[in-house]
Design a protein around this ligand. Structure first.
Ligand SMILES: NC(=O)C1=CN([C@@H]2O[C@H](COP(=O)(O)OP(=O)(O)OC[C@H]3O[C@@H](n4cnc5c(N)ncnc54)[C@H](O)[C@@H]3O)[C@@H](O)[C@H]2O)[C@@H](O)CC1
Ligand SMILES: [K+]
Length: 221
């Protein structure tokens, strides 16, 4: 089944508002599901998680916590001012802050080299893209494009969360996107994932169930 980004957002909204599942429970299931996939594939190794300021970044904070609990060395690069975090993402950020995970705030003027040197301290690492998901609009703004370029140039395993940052989930088009080996997408494949152009950025796609009732599918068709 393929859904548009808007339908995926509607799916989450119905789960939260009509079924009463707290958004933070969905986020926990989403992040924990990604970590389960990473561990099953034995991809665990020193990990850098690139986090944006929305709920995709929130998934990244959950992933950081679960990976750290599994004994993985984790470093988070936050591409936004932490003061702007809100809702479920903020809750998970505050939890992570109390752990001994390294968190670095990356200002909008961070260059490709700055990202590369922050990431390559951990050679042959796993890089996780939790920068942008279904809430992305328009061209990548600073410093997201530089983070994507740097991540793509590293010799690393790359995992994208929900949608590779820079890829339009609805059309499958992109000028520049995070080049994933594996994309862990939530609820359903997005409409654009079927296009040939998208496959180059997506790698293998795994659909992660976030625990919302499947009856909701009938309402977003
Ligand atoms: N409760 C929910 O709705 C759930 C959401 N989930 C995650 O939440 C994501 C959607 O979260 P959001 O709606 O917060 O959206 P995103 O996290 O995709 O992005 C929104 C943020 O990115 C910024 N932004 C948008 N376009 C940009 C661009 N081109 N360049 C730089 N910054 C840009 C916005 O200012 C905003 O801060 C999903 O993809 C999924 O990963 C999951 O946790 C499952 C539950
Ligand atoms: K992403």
């Amino acid at each position: 089944m393929l859904l548009s980004c808007q339908q995926c957002r509607q799916f989450d909204k119905i789960a939260i508002e009509d079924y009463g599942i707290p958004g933070i429970a969905l986020m926990e299931n989403a992040g924990a599901g990604c970590v389960r996939e990473i561990l099953q594939r034995k991809m665990q190794r020193p990990t850098v998680i690139l986090c944006g300021g929305g709920n995709n970044g929130g998934d990244g904070f959950v992933i950081a916590r679960h990976l750290a609990n599994s004994g993985v060395e984790v470093a988070v690069l936050l591409l936004t001012d932490s003061a702007g975090l809100s809702g479920d993402a903020k809750v998970n950020f505050e939890v992570l802050k109390k752990m001994d995970t390294s968190i670095t705030q990356c200002d909008s003027d961070w260059s490709v080299d700055a990202f590369k040197s922050a990431m390559s301290k951990r050679s042959d690492c796993l890089v996780i893209d939790a920068m942008l998901g279904t809430g992305a609009t328009g061209e990548l703004r600073a410093p997201f494009a530089n983070a994507v370029v740097a991540a793509n140039e590293l010799s690393a395993i790359r995992v994208a969360i929900d949608i590779p940052t820079g890829l339009d989930g609805d059309t499958g088009q992109s000028n520049l996107a995070f080049k994933a080996n594996v994309t862990c997408t939530f609820v359903a494949m997005k409409n654009g994932f079927g296009s040939l152009e998208a496959k180059a950025w997506l790698g293998e796609v795994v659909v992660i169930d976030i625990g919302a009732p499947h009856q909701i599918f009938e309402r977003v068709q």
